[in-house]
Design a protein around this ligand. Structure first.
Ligand SMILES: [Zn+2]
Length: 274
């Protein structure tokens, strides 16, 4: 058993997390970043995992990884880590990303400084406060009797289909965003928008808010550039699906269960971006 006094260090250099592998992907456990020989710019305590305090750490962009460790893109872990680890790494990534991109004020261009004890940066020239930004996105499983709508977007791995998603626009409720996104992306109308659940998604700073909705009318007309293909699928004939770690997959699995299928039998890719 490791010393409970030590912390887990979620150290990011840009988009990449400092890890090592001993069967599974892990982050280093140590008393301090200095003990790991890490040249850091910023740290912030982000929670607790397996009895250890967890820290988000911004590593100097020019620093090489310490011996035995490597920097790896967080997206490469979709298939190899558990949900709690992924969640903590995502939290660290967003906080480090916020700190990295707010060194200067967006209003006047002045340098910013940390506000002690707060997750905030203050402009040293005009005083404007800068906080981590979250971008809410609606994600929706559209049902039509015993079928669901799945789509393939450019940028998905070949053959992978998922539910629709899009960012909420200023002045819009999340339910309105669901209806608009579905209409824009595939040209159909939906109703009965019901909350399913939510998931932080750190690419770069989304909060995915999941809904189910019922089809009411229209023919599928995928929006060029956004959707390459879309179709209606029954639970026993689903295409390749997103990994378990995503809310999209949780929604599809829930549908499959309602239809009497075992979600473990569904098709999932073993690697690649989502
Ligand atoms: Zn300013």
């Amino acid at each position: 058993m490791a010393d409970q006094g030590q912390s887990l260090w979620f150290a990011f250099q840009g988009e990449r997390l400092l890890v090592f592998e001993d069967g599974t992907v892990r982050v280093p456990l140590a008393d301090s970043p200095e003990e790991l020989d890490l040249d850091i710019r910023f740290r912030w305590e982000i929670g607790n995992l397996d009895g250890h305090a967890c820290w988000a750490v911004e590593v100097d962009p020019d620093a090489g990884p310490p011996a035995g460790l490597e920097f790896r893109d967080l997206r490469s872990f979709f298939f190899g880590v558990d949900e709690d680890f992924f969640g903590m790494a995502g939290r660290a990534k967003q906080i480090v990303g916020w700190h990295t991109t707010h060194r200067f004020c967006g209003r006047c261009g002045g340098e910013t400084e940390r506000v002690p004890g707060e997750l905030a940066m203050r402009c040293t020239r005009c005083g404007m406060m800068h906080f981590p930004r979250l971008s809410p996105a609606a994600i929706v499983l559209v049902k039509r009797e015993d079928r669901i709508l799945l789509a393939h977007s450019p940028g998905f791995p070949q053959g992978l289909y998922s539910v629709l998603a899009g960012f909420v626009e200023p002045g819009e409720s999340i339910e309105e965003a669901v209806v608009r996104e579905v209409r824009e992306e595939v040209g159909i109308e939906v109703t009965n928008v019901r909350y399913f659940g939510s998931q932080p998604w750190p690419f770069p700073n989304s909060l995915m808010i999941g809904f189910t909705a019922d089809y009411t009318g229209g023919d599928l007309a995928p929006e060029p550039g956004e959707i390459e293909d879309a179709g209606w699928y029954t639970a026993d004939d689903l295409p390749q699906l997103p990994p378990k770690i995503s809310i999209a997959r949780a929604m599809i699995d829930d549908f499959a269960k309602q239809q009497g299928l075992d979600p473990e039998e569904l098709k999932t890719p073993h690697s690649g971006p989502v």
